[in-house]
Design a protein around this ligand. Structure first.
Ligand code: DWN
Ligand code: ZN
Length: 405
């Protein structure tokens, strides 16, 4: 087994989610070529306690021109990023002619607000089709991977950045040494690097094991991010818990000694120590809960089908690849998944080969039960689907526990 991607320490696997397909590679039904697979095992480092995947999937296989996910498929996420951009504009981008870079800008949902306010900006994302969508919104974006070499190019062309931001991107990148070296080149002396990703503490609390898939290489915490920052001359100066995507933390890094540290950092690190978040026993308990969840979910779906109910998946999320393939759920239990993303419709979900379709135009064609694969958008979805529930429809959930209601 290779060592920790951060410190080279020994890794120990605490959760094995089996042979998995790439979570965002939806398949043409006519394609009969062998499907790429990798082994999804989750490990913790004995030295720095960073939780990470044991195997690394080459980035070009995951983040390519046809990457189908679009940030703007959720109104609640659009609102979140509009608020984020407004706050940046008011608090961080207050100097003369400020410059902001977003790593993994996707369709430009966050940068669009800053572009409309005339702020100098650049989005960087390897997904060319998402970058094309961003440009259509009036956002300056380049199709590229962010790393030390591209950071040097950006610095040369645009000058130093006041702020570098990344949402749901940094946990996707195994080579954080190159990212932090790139930030060192690109950031102004007193600039900040702000990123937000799923929080290990929430994943453990909710048993949301589907936050683990090829793209989510790390599960961060305040403890491990503080350690990571210190290794590269940065300091973790602020943390903020976010209610999006089932619980995330927004981390703010600055060059060591350039910014005061918020008391929130020590408070979250202390809470993680108090609850033994990184302890082998905590992680082993989490793995046991994942196995229980699988047994309960399969039993629940099997019983619903045996009673004659029709079932459809709600949201062909990347996360759902982990759940469906780990639980062995295929078209015999869930014959279709509905999703609003045009780039996923008409294709087959990775591994399970469940067809992905647009939602039925006529609510009479809705199933008896929806398996809520986009559980992280539950609030938004429930508000939109009141008629389904009113007509007697039921929701099957597996986060934070298996339930039918
Ligand atoms: O980290 C990542 C997150 C931010 O986005 C990436 N690695 C990939 C992707 O993960 P995901 O696919 O699990 O994200 P979401 O936001 O949970 O995906 C929601 C899916 O559900 C999308 O395909 C859109 C769809 N959807 C829908 O059909 N109706 C979503 C909503 C809110 C809806 O009402
Ligand atoms: Zn380590």
């Amino acid at each position: 087994m290779g060592g920790c991607r951060i410190c080279g320490g020994d890794l120990s696997v605490f959760l094995d989610l089996g042979r998995q397909r790439l979570s965002d590679v939806f398949r043409d039904p006519a394609d009969d070529s062998p499907e790429f697979w990798y082994h999804l095992q989750v490990a913790v480092c004995a030295a720095c306690r960073m939780v990470q995947l044991r195997d690394e999937v080459p980035r070009e296989r995951m983040f390519h021109g046809d990457y189908p996910f679009r940030t703007s498929t959720s109104q609640r996420m659009i609102d979140h990023f509009t608020r984020t951009a407004t706050r940046f504009h008011e608090q961080e981008l207050t100097g003369t002619d400020p410059f902001v870079v977003e790593i993994g800008c996707n369709d430009g949902t966050m940068l669009a607000t800053l572009a409309a306010r005339g702020v100098r900006h650049l989005g960087v994302d390897p997904a060319t089709s998402a970058v094309a969508d961003a440009r259509r919104r009036g956002v300056n974006a380049v199709a590229d991977y962010f790393e030390q070499a591209s950071a040097e190019r950006i610095r040369k062309q645009h000058g130093a950045a006041d702020l570098v931001y990344a949402a749901n991107t940094i946990c996707h990148i195994p080579y954080l040494d190159s990212i932090l070296a790139g930030l060192d080149v690109l950031l102004r002396e007193d600039g900040v690097f702000v990123f937000e990703d799923p929080y290990l503490g929430d994943v453990v609390d909710l048993g949301s094991f589907d936050q683990i898939y090829d793209e989510h290489f790390y599960l961060f915490s305040a403890t491990t991010v503080a350690d990571l920052a210190a290794r590269f001359g940065f300091a973790l100066v602020d943390v903020e818990r976010l209610p999006v995507h089932g619980g995330e933390v927004r981390y703010t890094l600055a060059r060591r000694g350039t910014r005061p540290t918020s008391p929130a950092v020590a408070a979250l690190i202390a809470e993680e120590a108090r609850r033994d978040l990184h302890a082998d026993q905590t992680l082993a308990n989490f793995a046991e809960e994942v196995a229980r969840r699988r047994t309960q979910l399969v039993a629940t779906l099997t019983a619903l089908r045996a009673e004659g109910n029709t079932i459809a998946g709600y949201g062909a999320t990347a996360k759902s690849a982990t759940v469906l393939n780990y639980c062995g759920i295929g078209p015999e239990l869930v014959p279709v998944i509905y999703d609003t993303t045009p780039g996923k419709q008409g294709l087959l979900a990775p591994g399970s080969h469940i067809p992905v379709r647009a939602f039925p135009a006529d609510p009479a064609d809705y199933p008896d039960c929806f398996l809520l694969l986009a559980w992280n958008h539950a609030e938004e979805i429930m508000a939109k689907e009141t008629a389904f529930r009113a007509a007697g429809g039921r929701w099957v959930r597996y986060v934070p526990e298996v339930s039918v209601s």
